[in-house]
Ligand binder design. Structure first.
Ligand code: GRF
Length: 201
C-alpha cells in the first residue's frame, strides 16, 4: 500500500514511519510521497535525504479549496492509498476528506476527545491532567474528531513543563503511528455503525 505523508514541520513522525518500514515493522507499506505546505519544513529535507519524492505545495495566500485541490491531485498522481497527516498544520476541506473516505489518518498529541486543537500539552497541564498521551484517528469532516484507531498514554509529572511533557508524548507518537497504520492496512478492523473501530470477531 502506498502512503502519502503530509507535514508542516520537522517531520519526526514521518521519520518514525519511514524507520518502521525500513525495519520491517510495517510490512506492505511504502511511502510514495511527502507533501508539505511549508517550503522550510525540515521533513521535506529529511525525505529528500531518504530519496523519497517530496514536494512543497505552498498554502500561504492561497484559497483553502484551491490549495487542497492541488494536494489531492499530487496524492492521486502518486497513487496514494492512505494519507497520513503527521504534524500537518492545516484543516482539510470537506472535499479533501471526501477524496479519501476513511483513508486519511492523523496523529494528535492528546487523548482525544480531551484537549483537541492547538497546545494540547498546555491544555493538559492547565487542567491538571494526571495522564496524557496521543491519539491516531481517522480524519472526518470535523477537526480532531474521527474514529480512534489507537491511543498511547504517559504519566504527567508534577514538575512537567510543556516541553518535558511534549517530549514524553512524542516518544509514544513514534510508536503509535506505525502501529496504527499497520492495523488499518491489516484489514482486520472494521468501523462499527456506532463509529468506533473494533477488531473483526
Ligand atoms: C506532533 O506532536 C504531532 O502530534 C502534532 O504535531 C507534532 C508534529 O511533530 N500534530 P513532527 O513534525 O512529526 O515532529
Amino acid at each position: 500500500k502506498r502512503l502519502g505523508i503530509l507535514l508542516s514541520g520537522r517531520g519526526s513522525n514521518f521519520l518514525a514511519i519511514a524507520k518502521a518500514i525500513n525495519d520491517h515493522r510495517l510490512l506492505g507499506a511504502k511511502i510514495a510521497v511527502v507533501l508539505s505546505n511549508r517550503e522550510d519544513a525540515g521533513g521535506l529535507d529529511a525525505a529528500r535525504e531518504l530519496k523519497i519524492p517530496a514536494f512543497c505545495v505552498p498554502s500561504a495566500g492561497r484559497k483553502r479549496a484551491e490549495h487542497d485541490a492541488e494536494m489531492v491531485a499530487r496524492l492521486h498522481q502518486h497513487k496514494v492509498d492512505l494519507v497520513c497527516l503527521a504534524g500537518y498544520m492545516r484543516v482539510l476541506t470537506v472535499d479533501f476528506v471526501r477524496a479519501f473516505p476513511d483513508r486519511i489518518l492523523n496523529i494528535h498529541p492528546s487523548l482525544l476527545p480531551a484537549f483537541p486543537g492547538l497546545d494540547a500539552q498546555g491544555q493538559a497541564l492547565e487542567y491538571g491532567a494526571k495522564v496524557a498521551g496521543c491519539t491516531v484517528h481517522f480524519v472526518d469532516e470535523a477537526v480532531d474528531h474521527g474514529v480512534i484507531i489507537l491511543q498511547k498514554t504517559v504519566p504527567v509529572k508534577d514538575e512537567d513543563t510543556v516541553e518535558t511533557l511534549s517530549a514524553r508524548v512524542l516518544q509514544q507518537e513514534h510508536a503509535a503511528y506505525p502501529e496504527a497504520i499497520a492495523r488499518v492496512l491489516s484489514g482486520e478492523y472494521a468501523i462499527s455503525e456506532r463509529r468506533y473501530l473494533h477488531r473483526n470477531k
